[in-house]
Design a protein around this ligand. Structure first.
Ligand code: SF4
Length: 180
């Protein structure tokens, strides 16, 4: 697959650890109050705990408007192995690896794109204790908000970008999106 981000090559993206990627127009992104409701129910126990998740990221409409400032988006994923479908340790390891992947992607694109927004999977765990809500984020330039927290339907997003939602048996797949 060829990369259509100016100045970036397929092999540069693959070196970050990305498994697959595809491109869409930001106008195609499906925002859903039902997805936000899942956050509000605190299913992942991250609601209201960092600047990367609701309510800190604003309403779904505010998130939509923020995304629409950009014309295009690269949806990407990374697939990590599990010993079995209940391998919580493997999921946690994969999640940590995906966060590092997002850092590498940020470093790769920051000199190529004058303006971009990187959305990651779930909340931010960069600091031992988040400053939310008392103080400002310690690293706002490396704050990659949650796709789901923005109210984005990730299954629909993956399908539109030509990616399968499930990476296969005994794997966990994490998704992110680079808007530019
Ligand atoms: S970078 Fe630190 S302060 Fe900012 S959202 Fe993440 S954990 Fe919180």
């Amino acid at each position: 697959m060829g990369c259509i981000i100016p100045g970036l090559r397929d092999r540069d993206l693959k070196k970050t650890g990305i498994s697959r990627y595809g491109f869409i127009s930001t106008a195609e992104i499906l925002f859903s109050d039902a997805v936000r409701k899942i956050c509000e129910n605190d299913t992942c126990r991250l609601y209201g705990r960092t600047w990367a998740c609701p309510p800190a990221v604003g309403t779904v409409e505010q998130c939509r408007q923020r995304c629409l400032r950009y014309e295009k988006a690269m949806v990407f994923d990374a697939v990590y192995p599990l010993t079995d479908p209940f391998d919580y340790e493997g999921m946690t390891e994969g999640h940590g690896a995906f966060k590092k992947l997002c850092d590498r992607l940020y470093i790769l694109v920051k000199n190529q794109l004058s303006s971009f927004l990187l959305l990651s999977n779930e909340g931010c765990n960069r600091c031992e204790a988040c400053t939310y809500p008392e103080g400002a984020c310690r690293m706002p330039e490396m704050l990659f908000p949650s796709l789901e927290g923005f109210g984005i339907d990730v299954a629909s997003l993956a399908a539109k970008a030509g990616l399968t939602y499930n990476g296969g048996e005994n794997t966990v797949t994490y998704f992110g999106m680079l808007l530019y």
